[in-house]
Design a protein around this ligand. Sequence first.
Ligand SMILES: NC(=O)c1ccc[n+]([C@@H]2O[C@H](COP(=O)([O-])OP(=O)(O)OC[C@H]3O[C@@H](n4cnc5c(N)ncnc54)[C@H](OP(=O)(O)O)[C@@H]3O)[C@@H](O)[C@H]2O)c1
Length: 166
Amino acid sequence: MLTNVFWFTAGGSGSVGLMAIQAALNAGADVSATASGWGLQMLREKFPQVTGFDYKTDDITANGAVYDAVYDTVGSERVLAASFKATKPNGHVLSIVARSHRDPRFVHFFKQASGETVQTLLDGLSSGRFISVIDSKLPLSADNVRLDYARLQQGGVHGKLILTVG
Ligand SMILES: NC(=O)c1ccc[n+]([C@@H]2O[C@H](COP(=O)([O-])OP(=O)(O)OC[C@H]3O[C@@H](n4cnc5c(N)ncnc54)[C@H](OP(=O)(O)O)[C@@H]3O)[C@@H](O)[C@H]2O)c1
């Protein structure tokens, strides 16, 4: 349990960030996250208990070093610098992107998927304990793969692009 733990997710509307937020909430942490545009709106609607920051306008360091753990799914120097500034002296900055950092609070955090963790996620999704955000569902075909790929390249995709089989 993460009771009395202040957890921050950078990139909270992304695939990894959204699951990290839900895992932290399930463990009892007090959760904050950055997002922007539709992602911030989605977080505010689906997770009103999460404190949302717009990374384009808000300063996550404004309240000082208040977080026990920051999970960085973005990896830019700017996001990492702000993450360290917002983390308690005995806290940790975990990053799925950055490999190393001179700050001793840094931890590279990438969990290789195992059957057990995938099953936990599937159980959570099918029971409604975890949610995923779906942008579109199309039948699997070469044309639809091209279409989805082009949309990803263009940007503006709001959630998962699903290609269904059968
Ligand atoms: N998905 C996986 O299974 C997986 C597995 C291993 C590693 N990774 C790595 O983990 C990282 C994240 O992956 P993902 O799949 O979660 O990516 P994603 O779905 O594209 O999400 C990225 C998130 O970062 C946000 N973001 C972009 N620039 C930002 C900034 N300057 N400050 C704060 N937030 C910002 C985006 O918000 P906006 O949309 O509002 O810009 C978006 O919510 C990637 O480097 C990926 O290679 C992913």
